[in-house]
Write a protein that binds this ligand. Sequence first.
Ligand SMILES: [Zn+2]
Length: 202
Amino acid sequence: MSGILPAGVLRAHYSFGALHQALQPPHAFLALAQATEVLQNLKKFLILATSYNKMIQIFSDQYFMKIALQQALQAQEAGEVPIGAVLVHGKTILAKTYNQTELLTDVTAHAEILAITAAANQLNSKYLKECTLYVSLEPCIMCAGALHWSQIGKLVYAAEDPKQGFMRYGKELLHPKTKLQYGLMADEAGMLLKEFFARRRK
Ligand SMILES: [Zn+2]
């Protein structure tokens, strides 16, 4: 990656590792000012990264995860918990969604559920066997159940969710044929959530 990205993008990207460290206990309770700085850095990174998307291995997992993170940012700006998803068939994006539980007053309106419904409509197929879902946070058990029924081909999530994530119960919640990958851009996705909850606690 270092060979194809401008230095500014790299600096913005690698600064997240350091920021992530700074967020660990005993500094877990961030001042709002710090949290805001983190968010600004993340926005800067995403804008820069978007500008150079074509240079970063287009249609790679990282490419699509960045779009999921951009959706998470949109959720944050709409006052929703910042979680975003992208559902892809081959190189085609079928759905870009973010959490809309506040807007729709619906606890089931998670980014993953909205993406599954939109993609199934696009494909006119209730099964998504050839598709990949990229989501910024480990899905909850409701979404893992929906992904199971959709028989999704592959799930890629960024940050872990030890409290609400389906992995507490194991990969078995997914369909046996679903491939699983996680941890991609986890720091960036985690930052958004930490900033959101730090701001909400204030
Ligand atoms: Zn969910």
